[in-house]
Ligand binder design. Structure first.
Ligand SMILES: [Zn+2]
Ligand SMILES: [Zn+2]
Length: 187
């Protein structure tokens, strides 16, 4: 079965959604209902859209979804991650349907065609993570190893060697490690 429709944008959507809250600094990029619109509009083409404009209530629901999605990344093992993710998919009402749109062959979609932003986001991003876990393994889900960053990531490197959320964090940590080594060599 081809779930690959859910493997690029939806995975980024899940990662980016969790990372809209910097849990180290407390800085939240979802402060206003319009921020939810801005977040969703990063992902163009091929996806249905929520059935209505986000309101204050939706903002709170999306933040709650974000917290639950983070727990998929921080779960102790694949069983716990699956349980957490299945809870999200059930609560947002992710439901398979055969979709025929554009020039694509008929394929499955799981998000509602028209519904609240949280149900749409939860179904698309939730299915993205589901596919990432099924095809790549739970070990590919990670939290940044930097001491100043707790952003999440999905490791798509061939040998699953990623420890940080971004090149910025890798560079910063490498520089810090180099300085530590240099200091201890000088002692
Ligand atoms: Zn489609
Ligand atoms: Zn990081």
């Amino acid at each position: 079965m081809d779930f690959s429709h859910y493997s690029d944008d939806p995975v980024s959507m899940a990662v980016d959604l969790v990372n809209t809250l910097d849990v180290v600094s407390g800085e939240d990029r979802l402060r206003h209902p319009d921020d939810v619109i801005d977040f969703i509009s990063q992902y163009e083409d091929g996806w249905c859209r929520p059935g209505r404009q986000p309101e204050e209530r939706d903002l709170h629901e999306v933040r709650a979804l974000r917290a639950r999605m983070r727990e998929v990344f921080t779960a102790p093992d694949a069983t716990a991650a699956a349980e957490q993710l299945n809870g999200v998919l059930a609560d947002v009402g992710a439901k398979p349907r055969v979709s025929v749109h554009g020039t694509a062959p008929p394929h499955l979609h799981f998000e509602p065609e028209t519904d609240s932003p949280v149900r749409w986001l939860g179904a698309v991003a939730g299915m993205g993570l589901a596919v990432a876990i099924i095809e790549g393994g739970f070990e590919r889900l990670g939290v940044c190893g930097s001491s100043t960053c707790d952003d999440v990531f999905v490791d798509t490197s061939r040998n699953r060697s990623r420890h940080h959320c971004s090149d910025t964090c890798t560079t910063r940590e490498n520089v810090a490690a180099y300085r530590r080594r240099k200091r201890s060599a000088e002692d």
